[in-house]
Ligand binder design. Structure first.
Ligand code: AMP
Length: 348
């Protein structure tokens, strides 16, 4: 088990004027490197051979140096971790990092300081914990059915581990469920929530105490195009796998509720997983004028939708009045932590 004391011990040994911001070359790495560079940090990309050329192709977003691995899971190797520590690295976790390393390895084996509260990544991964967290925040979540026998309308079927919408589908009756799922015990049966999807990017700073709205996007899925198949929608259109992102702005009168949900999520996390949510997170919501917002998921780290805004978004500009991507905001927070001699408050 890697304790907070262990991490503080590593941090104490770091040369504070030579901090390096590091991450895996995937997901939102270009944005993270670009933002770190703008804040004056050295950057390091943990990279596999087939990705290196792509990451060298962006002069202002490529990392200053590469740490090559055969596969991302090798980041757990002692040699690689030692190299990161030698570089005074603070690792920024993103979606691929969580995927390849896994919250369990993070908790038990990863000795390198990471930006943010490690516990949030485990709470994101575990659907029961996610629900507990969001319910404690008082936000509305999709109803979950205890058993297939209760299916009385169109419901959404998800399986544990399936991420990014791949393999999701809907059924409308217990019989259809039996046909499609062969009564798999691990199926999650969720109310199908109609409405418009909004993915809200927040950043919480323990230094300012502020929960900032950094941006908003909508994920693009094949199902969004299903109208093209009307009146006989081809089965292949009904695919919820996320393949891209579009910028989105919400009606301004809904902003008070957006900000309220962001703050409530942070407040609930302080009690459930102290010190709570630090840094970037995303609430994945469906809005319907009659039902308001339903939150169907939380990502407790930087999300790929923030890649839309390397120069900041239509919201972050009103918070900073300077180009502020989420990647840069992370680096800015590390800089503030360094200046205050309080890096330990944001690095776990
Ligand atoms: P997720 O993996 O939870 O981000 O979900 C992927 C996609 O599945 C979402 O972007 C939605 O389009 C869809 N989705 C997930 N949960 C629900 C739900 N309860 N009702 C309707 N659509 C959903």
């Amino acid at each position: 088990m890697v304790s907070k004391e262990d991490i503080d011990g590593e941090l104490a040994a770091y040369k504070k004027n030579r901090i390096t911001i590091a991450t895996l070359c995937s997901h939102s790495a270009l944005q993270i490197f670009h933002g770190a560079r703008r804040e004056g940090f050295r950057t390091l990309g943990i990279c596999t051979p087939e990705r290196k050329e792509a990451y060298e192709s962006f002069p202002f977003a490529k990392p200053d140096s590469f740490l090559m691995v055969d596969k991302f899971a090798d980041i757990m190797d002692k040699g690689i971790q030692d190299k990161l520590l030698e570089n005074n690295a603070i690792v920024v976790p993103h979606g691929s990092f969580v995927e390849y390393v896994g919250p369990e390895n993070l908790e038990k084996k990863f000795r390198v300081p990471i930006f943010g509260n490690r516990k949030t990544l485990e709470w994101e991964r575990d659907r029961a914990k996610q629900r507990k967290w969001l319910e404690a925040a008082g936000v509305k979540m999709p109803h979950e059915y205890a058993s297939a026998a209760e299916i009385d309308r169109k419901v959404f079927i998800k399986f544990p581990g399936a991420k990014g919408g791949s393999g999701y589908f809907t059924v409308s009756s217990p019989a259809e469920f039996r046909k499609r799922c062969a009564n798999r015990k691990d199926a999650i049966i969720q109310e199908f929530v109609p409405g418009v999807r909004y993915y809200m990017h927040f950043f919480h700073s323990p230094f300012s105490g502020r929960t900032e709205l950094m941006g908003m996007d909508r994920r693009i899925e094949t199902v969004d195009e299903s109208y093209r198949g009307w009146p006989d929608v081809d089965e292949d259109f009904i695919d919820y796998t996320v393949t891209g992102n579009q910028p989105i702005i919400i009606r301004e009168r809904l902003l008070p509720e957006v900000l309220r949900m962001g703050k409530a999520t942070v407040e609930a996390s302080k009690k459930l997983l102290p010190p709570g949510m630090l840094g970037p997170f995303c609430l994945e919501t469906v809005y319907h004028p009659k039902r308001g917002f339903t939150v169907f998921e939380i990502s407790a780290r930087i999300v790929a939708g923030t890649n839309l805004y390397p120069n900041g978004s239509h919201y972050s500009y009103y918070v900073f009045e300077e180009p502020m991507s989420t990647g840069r905001r992370i680096a800015r927070e590390i800089k503030i932590g360094l200046e205050m001699g309080a890096l330990g408050k944001i690095v776990y």
